[in-house]
Design a protein around this ligand. Structure first.
Ligand SMILES: Cc1cc2nc3c(=O)[nH]c(=O)nc-3n(C[C@H](O)[C@H](O)[C@H](O)COP(=O)(O)OP(=O)(O)OC[C@H]3O[C@@H](n4cnc5c(N)ncnc54)[C@H](O)[C@@H]3O)c2cc1C
Length: 355
């Protein structure tokens, strides 16, 4: 059984993996190319749910549902332990037309998820028509969640090595013996790739069937004196996420632009047009910030979690695409169970690393 794990990548996935292993008594070193929590996990919206769950397959539902059920308590514990509030709140999500009423209703009934048919003007002034409200959907504030996780990993004795880019795996037989990094060689008993959109490139020929590529998403940030509404609003691919201090995130795009993290005028214009169609008054309130991040896209949004088929001390936890923050807690739990040979709480066949 390995005692010391080296985790590559300091996003939500690397940090929650580190947290789970440290809590189980292992030694953990986390290696991050830049600064911890500054890539996709920082850029994301922090909605703790798929946008329209009925658009996804059961393996996605299984991970997201399990993780969503863990967040409330995990966020409270994290806040108490670190003093940093990840601002978890069950703000609910309000779907604006057009939406697939029958599919949504059937899916929610089948998965015991609350769904209410509402009059939009009763919920948000200025909106018209009927909507669907999912009251149990929550959100976190990503930068704060990441700061809290980082602090907890350090408090649990984890070692964080920032500005260390992993460049090559050293292999002997069917084991990794070390990593070559921009700051020299590192070694441990076992290795976990949690390098987000960069995971497949980093693994090179050892990626095998692992299929992860970058898909860019852009977000605009607005600031109001008080929150203009309480619920997350979703209209097709457009979402608006209100924070308690009056910030509202508006996202997002899905763009195949390789590893280019630039923001674009096209995305800004398109997001603004859609938001102004909902709230014409916002024309007087230009966005205060615009950013982009690279999602670790995987086929059907199904991540790879577990041991490499041929290299006995190499593991992956990557490819969470649009829902890595949502899935993070459950994925860390599944990874830890796999390492320890413990029974899994849900079927895991679809997440296996295949040749
Ligand atoms: C615009 C946008 C909106 C989103 N909204 C949501 C949402 O509302 N809810 C949700 O659940 N998810 C959302 N997501 C998706 C979510 O952010 C990702 O699925 C998640 O952050 C992936 O986490 P990660 O740790 O795998 O990747 P990352 O956060 O990208 O972390 C990977 C880390 O690995 C490091 N790394 C890479 N290569 C190396 C190397 N060679 N050596 C060392 N370190 C390396 C990187 O520097 C990076 O810090 C959104 C994403 C975007 C971009």
């Amino acid at each position: 059984m390995p005692e010391h794990f080296l985790i590559i990548g300091g996003g939500a996935i690397g940090l929650t993996s580190a947290q789970a292993l440290l809590q189980a008594g292992y030694k953990v070193t986390l290696v991050e190319r830049g600064t911890t929590g500054s890539e996709a996990s920082w850029a994301g919206g922090g909605i703790l749910s798929p946008l329209c769950s009925w658009d996804y397959t059961e393996p996605v539902t299984r991970l997201t549902q399990r993780s969503m059920g863990m967040f409330d308590e995990a966020a409270k514990n994290l806040h108490a332990a670190t003093g940093i509030d990840p601002e978890y709140q069950r703000s609910g999500m309000l779907l604006l037309p057009p939406f697939q009423d029958d599919r949504a209703t059937q899916w929610c009934a089948a998965h015991q998820v609350q769904l209410q048919h509402v009059t939009l003007s009763d919920c948000v002034p200025g909106l018209q028509g009927g909507g669907l409200f999912m009251p149990d959907i929550g959100q976190v504030r990503n930068p704060r969640l990441l700061q809290a996780l980082l602090r907890q990993v350090k408090m649990l004795g984890g070692v964080i090595l920032e500005h260390h880019e992993v460049q090559k795996f050293e292999i002997a037989g069917c084991r990794i013996t070390g990593l070559q990094t921009s700051q020299g060689r590192l070694s441990a008993d076992a290795y976990i790739v949690a390098a987000g959109a960069w995971s497949q490139t980093l693994l090179g020929e050892h990626a095998l069937n692992l299929d992860v590529r970058p898909i860019r998403g852009q977000i605009l940030l607005f600031k109001f004196d008080t929150p203009p509404f309480r619920q997350i609003l979703l209209q097709e691919s457009l979402y608006l996420i209100p924070r308690t201090d009056g910030h509202v995130l508006v996202g997002s795009t899905l763009e195949d632009a390789g590893f280019d993290k630039s923001t674009t005028d096209e995305a800004r214009t398109s997001l603004l047009q859609r938001v102004y169609a909902l709230f014409p008054d916002w024309r007087n309130q230009p966005p205060v910030r615009h950013w982009a991040g690279l999602r670790p896209a995987s086929p059907d949004n199904i991540p790879t979690i577990g041991r490499h088929p041929n290299l006995s001390n190499l593991y992956a936890n990557c490819g969470h695409f649009r829902y890595g923050v949502t899935m993070s807690l459950a994925c860390a739990e599944l990874l830890r169970n796999e390492i320890e040979g413990h029974p899994q709480p849900v079927p895991v066949e679809e997440y296996r690393w295949r040749e």
